[in-house]
Every structure is written in structure tokens, then in C-alpha cells.
Write a protein of this length. Sequence first.
Length: 376
Amino acid sequence: MGLQFKVPTSTPDDLTLQLSFTDKKDPLQTDIRETFLPAEWFPQSGVQLTWPHAGTDWNYMLPEVTECYLHIAYEIAVREKLLIVSPEPDNVKRLLMEKLPSRILENIRWAQCPTNDTWARDHGFITLLNPKGALLLDFRFNGWGMKFAANWDNQINRHLMQTDCLKGDYQNCLDFVLEGGSIESDGAGTILTTSECLLSPNRNEKLSREEIEGLLKDMFNARRVLWLDYGYLSGDDTDSHIDTLARFCPNRTIAYVQCTDTEDEHFRALQLMEEQLRSFRTEDGAPYRLIPLPLPDAIYDEDGQRLPATYANFLIVNQTILMPTYGQPQNDEKASKALQKAFPRYGITGIDCRPLIRQHGSLHCCTMQFPAGVIQ
């Protein structure tokens, strides 16, 4: 069945959201008086997608994953700008002109450059804000600890700076390996990460935990780093990215993956992760409000390997949570209700991400948001 898209009769401010830099209803929102790493729910100018093509690992299932990307592209571009990176943008344009409403296409920007793969979360810019505007931090991407080729992906950001797509000051951070999926920011000076990933010997092996924490504080003008020492997903090749396990939400809330099946291979590690999350405190000493997300029923690839399906890999866009679904109605509904508790003023929209997890990632992994004022 072909894709069918209909422009909603009511979209946020008619696709041209007029957003202020502060939200007085959100006690964690920071106004721009100093440099800071915005929370993902900070007003956005748009989201980057790095499009799949025959030269990527998606080649064996390219039609299936392209259909998934079309759904993601639509759900983003109906709400805010979408930046598509591709070595063959003309081919992608023709596809989107055929499949998407013409009004949506006006919200899409294009950048042409070679790419190894599609995981924009990990090769994309990490954006800071300050009173003068945006700082676009370009970290070194080495294929999740040299597991995969990343020579072209590691140059995407420099290609983007040669276009007129982005407004901000380029910051060369290429002497430090860091992926966007490995850190979470509450927008108010606290970074959440995992020791399994950031202390991986194939990333920044000469640096100690204390040195890495100091660098994170310096680079992001953060006051605290919370380290999760437990939690993993079978089939995950990122070394436990935080965005597969636990996510900051507004109002001192953390949504996290919970396993209640004592027979599941993840039970003990996720139980220990939950206990550690309960021990965390906000900067003023209060416990975090914790909202559990269900662990999807096991999904396996063609070789019988369990895939890292997770509802924690949701994407926050303006006024909406884009949530991965996995063809499991009961679990998908539980996850939707949990995220509605975490984001009561947001809509929840599901996107079938079963194609994405075939390459061990999901919705958040393949996207990277830019705060308001960055995507031109």
C-alpha cells in the first residue's frame, strides 16, 4: 500500500510557530543569559534527517526504510523545518514531491554531501545557545568506538557550514569523541549520561571519568553530570547510549525503560538502573519524578539476534512527541500513556520504527534537533 498523507486541518501556528525563548510554565526552562545546552523540549527551528541510500547498510531493505523515513519527514515538516542531508538530494526531492503534500515541502531544506550512514543524532551538531546566538559544536564521530566506517559522516557538519542552511558559530571539538545520543540535558545545567558509553576505551581511552566529566561541564557550561552505571539493551551497538534507556522530561522528570519480566535477560541490569535513578537528586536536593516506559516484547533479526527496541528513543518536536512504535498494540499504548504523563501539554504521535531497529537504532537515533533560530 502506498503512503497517504493529509495535512492536518490545524497545525501549530500554521507551520510558522512564533516561539519565545522562555516558557514561564516550565520551571526548568532557562532564558538566554549565559551559554547553555537546551533541553530537547526547548523551542526548535527544525530537525535534521540524513537520508538512506544504496551506499548505506540500508541497501538490502532500502524501500522499507525509505517508507519509514517518509513518515518521519512528514511528521517533522508539518510542524517545523526539516533539513535533509543526502548525497543525492534531487532523487529524494522527486520522491517527496510524489509522496508528500506540496505545502509540507516548503518547510524542507536540503544539503548535499557524501554520507556513510543515517544516524544524525550521533554525527550531527550539538547546539548551545547564548545571548549572541547559537554555537554549533562539531565533535568527532568514530562509528561508535570504531565499529563502523564514519569517514564521510564525520565531515557532514563541515559541509553544512558551507551552505546557508544553518545560522550559528562553528565550534571545532574534533579532538573529543562524542555522540549526541550519549548525553541528555535538562536545559538547566545537568547532563545525564552512561559510564558504559563515555568510558568506552575506543572513544576517549586516555581520559579518566573525572577528566571526561570536567570536559562535559566546560564544553556545555554545565554544573552537574549524572552517570548511569547500569542498563543495557541486547543488540545495541552504541555501548548503552542514554537515549535508549532514560530521558529528561520537563518538571524534574525522567522517563526510563523498565523491565518487569524476571525471566527477561534485561531484568537485573534495568532493575539496577531503576534503583540508581531513584537515588538521583535534582540540583536542589529533591528526587526526580520517574515515569517508567514498558520494555517492548523481544524482536529478532533474520539471524535470531534480539534487536534493541526501546520507547525511550522518542523525539521531541514543537508541541508533539514523536514516539517509536513496534507493532505491539498493548505496549505501544502503555508507552503513549506514559509519555503523555511526562508531557501533558504535548500531542503524542506514533511512528512504526520496526524498519529502523533492523539496523539497531530507532527514531531519536536518526534525527537531530536544532533550537529556534538555527535552521534558516
